[in-house]
Design a protein around this ligand. Structure first.
Ligand code: AMP
Ligand code: GLY
Length: 422
């Protein structure tokens, strides 16, 4: 099969790396790809939002399956464009991706379907939002509707921060039109985890649970980022809790979508808070997580193309699906990220790191300059490792990270701490 992967980050690098091991892959393409992916795939100079050019390439080159990494093209309807042209593509159509694209839609649907999520109110008028906030009090979470590149949610532990967030979103409009509609929701406490499922209508294959680390610095300090590290599976979640997450959240969401005429195919990846009152959805995503995917691909034993290309494979047993043990991904970021950072800095040590047992390095913000690999983004690399235990995987990943150098490199030192404590 000829497969095209759309995207340019470490998530897509991990997907391409895994697809390259498939018996059924004859040719891999990535659009636009990155230098890491070029080892397995032909990288195409087509941007993720050039739907006609992408579909045209797939047609002309008889691509059998296209897999979409990032949310933006899904929300903007790339799947609809491909399907209209009779092309096979893995991902939800625009109606399904609205679950991620519109927080207001997601909340409304969850409330109507009885899917556990924080109590919320939706506002379009700043004055009304402030009035509700004054009456409700803090802590609260304030979210700009629409996809604000992961920065649209502000956790306000005090009322001042909350007032500030409303003003920024609704008056100063720092997130642009994403601030037209603002959601104020109750603050939830507990362990925050990720639940990922490969979905085909109401049928789904749950992947192992993950835990991301969104803040830039150790001990969950610093600003929110795209994700600083993930490990999987989670030793502190037992089988019955996991079952509850799948039934009450994944299955219930697919059913609710179906009742609204949305046949959801693709990845449903939900951020879930394990509260004292049970699992509750923080947010739904309709694509693979990043850096979740890097750890998941390392742990996966099964052929990814079978899983994504043939929904009949959805009944795999856990031992067919996974290697035993654990996997972890560490984000190596540019100095200053998620704020301002420099690019074009030489990267050294990837080969040495990959010589370590169980280690794989996926590239995110990298570029080639005169044959030298250099930094080109905030999140630069995902240093991943698999091990027989979470401890082993973690030790391997940190050993590998220490072998990699670029000026200003920073990463968290406490990824998987919660899991190791359990
Ligand atoms: P979101 O963009 O909705 O995923 O929110 C970003 C981050 O804000 C989440 O990963 C959580 O850490 C935090 N968050 C969002 N909603 C809540 C909530 N209701 N209670 C506590 N923390 C939240
Ligand atoms: N790991 C966070 C995300 O992919 O949204």
């Amino acid at each position: 099969m000829k497969v095209l992967v759309i995207g340019s980050g470490a998530r897509e690098h991990a997907l391409v790396w895994k697809l390259a091991q498939s018996q059924s892959t004859s040719q891999l393409y990535a659009a636009p790809g990155n230098p890491g992916m070029a080892a397995y795939a032909q990288c195409l100079p087509i941007a993720v939002n050039e739907f006609d050019a992408l579909a045209g390439f797939a047609e002309q080159n008889q691509v059998d399956l296209t897999i979409v990494g990032p949310e933006a093209p899904l929300i903007d309807g790339i799947v609809d464009v491909f399907r209209r042209r009779g092309l096979h593509i893995f991902g939800p159509d625009a109606a399904g991706a609205a679950l991620e694209g519109s927080k207001a839609f997601a909340k409304e649907m969850m409330t109507a379907a009885g899917i556990p999520t924080a109590q919320h109110r939706t506002f379009t008028v700043h004055k009304e939002a402030v009035a509700y906030l004054e009456e409700h009090g803090a802590p609260v979470v304030i979210k700009a509707d629409g996809s604000a590149a992961g920065k649209g949610a502000i956790v306000a532990l005090d009322i001042e921060t909350a007032r500030d967030a409303l003003r920024q979103m609704m008056v100063e409009r720092v997130f642009g039109t994403a601030g037209d509609v603002v959601v104020i929701e109750d603050y939830l406490q507990g362990d925050e985890i990720g639940a990922t499922a490969i979905c085909n209508g109401e049928t789904y294959l749950p992947l192992t649970l993950t835990q991301d680390h969104k803040r830039a610095l150790d001990n969950d300090e610093g600003l929110n980022t795209g994700g600083m590290g993930v490990y999987t599976p989670l030793p502190f979640v037992n089988r019955s809790q996991e079952e509850l997450i799948h039934q009450q959240i994944i299955a219930a969401t697919l059913k609710a979508l179906n009742e609204r005429g949305v046949n959801f195919t693709g990845v449903l990846y939900s951020n879930v808070m394990l509260t004292e009152g049970g699992p509750m959805v923080l947010e739904h995503n309709t694509r693979f997580g990043d850096p979740e995917t890097q750890a998941l691909m390392l742990l996966m034993r099964a052929d990814l193309l079978d899983i994504l290309g043939y929904p009949t494979m959805l009944s795999l047993e856990p031992q067919e699906l996974w290697h035993p043990g654990s996997a972890i991904s560490l984000t190596l970021a540019s100095g200053g990220y998620p704020g301002k950072y420099r690019t074009g800095l030489p990267i050294k040590g990837i080969e040495e790191a990959e010589r370590l047992e169980g280690v794989q390095v996926f590239q995110a913000g990298t570029a080639l300059k005169d044959g030298q690999l250099v930094t080109a983004g905030g999140r630069v690399l995902s240093v991943c490792a698999r091990g027989a235990t979470l401890r082993e995987a973690t030790t391997r990943a940190y050993e590998a990270a220490r072998l990699i150098q670029f000026e200003g490199v920073h990463y968290r030192h406490d990824i998987a701490k919660r899991g190791l404590r359990a």
